[in-house]
Ligand binder design. Structure first.
Ligand SMILES: Nc1nc2c(ncn2[C@@H]2O[C@H](COP(=O)(O)OP(=O)(O)OP(=O)(O)O)[C@@H](O)[C@H]2O)c(=O)[nH]1
Ligand SMILES: [Mg+2]
Length: 210
């Protein structure tokens, strides 16, 4: 466990797997507000979740893209009483997937993002070395449409550049600045290896769910 996390008021006191579903209809009725984590396959969604929740191996990770094939819901509780659901979404853009499977993914994810009333924020993850590509732009466009119909609070979209440990510090700073400028929005740099961005991301999440 990371020292910074141990000392933080955001310290996670309980994190558990609640349920998995292959379609939105299979999900339990929401009992807590939710934050979903989306991004292409292999970008590091499940690793980031384990890091945020301070639990190794709770969300399954793999070097092989396409590891997470269903919506996985986790319940997280912090020392100060904050409770939320985190939803690990299957990754998109997995080249080996058939067209039918891609269509299925899109239907499932879009259905979830469109209809889930308890959804307060979506973290859109992308590799810091790639930035925002077509798929991310499409997802952001879709979320902008969804934002407008959210009540009572607009849906928060949190841009997260993952695997920042793969770049040297000056390259990393430049890349993050460039992406934020292009996106016209702040970007959280995150590394599941070093823990960089842990507190910054929790802050954004708490701002959306509280
Ligand atoms: N260096 C580095 N590697 C990472 C980081 N995060 C994830 N990885 C690696 O990237 C690979 C994919 O990570 P996952 O967390 O399984 O990715 P995912 O986005 O959940 O993938 P799918 O479930 O297939 O959509 C694994 O080999 C991880 O160890 C990071 O911050 N730094
Ligand atoms: Mg995964």
């Amino acid at each position: 466990m990371k020292e910074h996390a141990e000392a933080s008021p955001y310290r996670v006191v309980d994190a558990r797997f609640v349920a998995g579903a292959v379609e939105t209809e299979g999900l339990l009725a929401p009992t807590l507000v939710e934050v979903a984590f989306a991004g292409r396959s292999n970008v590091g969604k499940s690793s980031l979740l384990n890091s945020l929740m301070q639990r190794h191996g709770l969300a399954r990770t793999s070097r092989t893209p396409g590891c997470t094939r269903q919506l996985n819901v986790f319940e997280v509780r912090c020392a100060d009483g904050l409770a939320t659901h985190f939803v690990d979404l299957p990754g998109y853009g997995w080249a080996q997937r058939s067209k039918a499977e891609r269509g299925q993914w899109q239907g499932m994810i879009e259905g979830y993002l469109r209809r889930r009333a308890s959804l307060r924020a979506v973290a859109v993850l992308f590799d810091v070395r790639r930035g925002l590509e077509d798929e991310e732009q499409q997802l952001l466009e879709f979320l902008r449409g969804r934002r407008e119909v959210s009540e009572p609070k607009p849906l928060e979209v949190i841009l997260v550049a993952t695997k920042t440990d793969k770049l040297g510090s000056s390259e990393r700073t430049l890349a993050l600045k460039g992406i934020a400028k292009d996106a016209g929005a702040p970007v959280v740099g995150f590394s599941a290896v070093t823990g960089e961005g842990w507190e910054a991301l929790w802050k954004r999440i708490r701002g959306a769910v509280l």
